[in-house]
Design a protein around this ligand. Structure first.
Ligand SMILES: C[S@@+](CC[C@H](N)C(=O)[O-])C[C@H]1O[C@@H](n2cnc3c(N)ncnc32)[C@H](O)[C@@H]1O
Length: 308
């Protein structure tokens, strides 16, 4: 391909044009760019790399963070860039990006005196770069009282079990699929306080009032006999015990019934309250969770059902 075709194909990607327009105006860290473009960090990093390889931008290190800015367009590409940039500037997207960048630059200027004063706009990216993203959940789980007996109902491959095992006295995983329990067993290894049980939510293999808390994460939408299952949840909770439900907010993706066997298209607060009350539980809270930028499914909620 000729140099011009290479450049045309580089600039044919709208994200790269947005990046160049930003970085022509200001030197920015990845975290700042992610916030302006509202795209996943992996997408931003991929396009930054392509632009850097083609010599449209350069990276400078500040601490362990990288700051990016646009260099002059590669020799011979000046007219092309003028055309592309002028075309982009006339769009609503350009105005949106510019106003988010203004907000970020204004915040930067608030406290230039200290390391964190300068870094706060980039701190999330630097935190991930230095320490990863995995430590916050286990740290927060240490707030849980250590005497709890809990069960993860529909535990699947045991992701939550593995997080709960180090901080609870007793953890039970229930699932109706042996293959899921086998995967969960691999994941939790030889944690002595975890029991895995084959069974359905409609007839839980757990004795009455054995639990302080139960988790129903992404499982209730599969359950046909929802009132029966929630009555079982009530039976195994001690009085005052709580069931935490994570599931999809009400949605209209009918195809999920066919493609994934969903029985319910999410739950509104009223749906959940109705089923909870039919089973003798109280809907104590229902909170819509912030969606991850890369998530394709409907928004999720977390709700608490309490046994009076
Ligand atoms: C979408 S997965 C979610 C797994 C896990 N809770 C998670 O968050 O990754 C649903 C799980 O619930 C199990 N399941 C579905 N209906 C069930 C029922 N009636 N009783 C017990 N387990 C059930 C499935 O076998 C599957 O492992």
């Amino acid at each position: 391909m000729s140099e011009l075709s290479d450049r045309l194909s580089l600039l044919a990607e709208p994200v790269r044009v947005r990046l160049l327009a930003l970085l022509e105006r200001e030197e920015l860290g990845v975290g700042e760019i992610v916030r302006v473009l509202q795209l996943p960090q992996s997408t931003v990093s991929r396009h930054l790399k392509a632009l850097k390889v083609a010599n449209w931008i350069e990276r400078r290190a500040e601490g362990t963070a990288g700051l990016f800015r646009m260099t002059a367009p590669p020799s011979g590409a000046e007219r092309l860039w003028d055309l592309v940039r002028d075309d982009f500037r006339a769009t609503a997207q350009a105005a949106e990006d510019a106003s988010r960048l203004d907000a970020i630059l204004a915040a930067r200027e608030e406290d230039p005196s200290t390391f964190f004063g300068r870094m706060h706009a980039r701190w999330d990216a630097l935190r991930t770069e230095l320490f990863g993203d995995e430590f916050t959940t286990p740290a927060l789980l240490s707030l849980v009282a250590p005497r709890l007996a809990v069960a993860d109902l529909g535990c699947g491959t045991g992701r939550a079990l593995a997080e709960l095992a180090p901080v609870c006295k007793r953890v039970i995983g229930v699932d109706r699929e042996q293959a899921m329990l086998d995967a969960a067993a691999m994941r939790v290894g030889n944690a002595g306080n975890v029991e895995l049980m084959l069974g359905g939510l409609e007839a839980l293999p757990i004795r009455e009032q054995a639990l302080d808390a139960a988790l129903c994460m992404l499982v209730l939408h599969h359950v046909v006999e929802l009132d029966t299952a929630l009555a079982e949840v009530r039976r195994v909770l001690r009085p005052g015990g709580r069931a935490v439900v994570v599931d999809m907010c009400a949605h209209d993706r009918e195809d999920y019934r066919r493609t994934m066997g969903h029985q319910h298209l999410g739950f509104s607060p009223a749906d959940l309250r109705g089923h909870a009350e039919a089973a003798g539980l109280i809907l104590s809270s229902y909170r819509v969770l912030p969606p991850a930028a890369e998530a394709l499914g409907p928004p999720l909620f977390v709700a608490v059902l309490t046994r009076p």
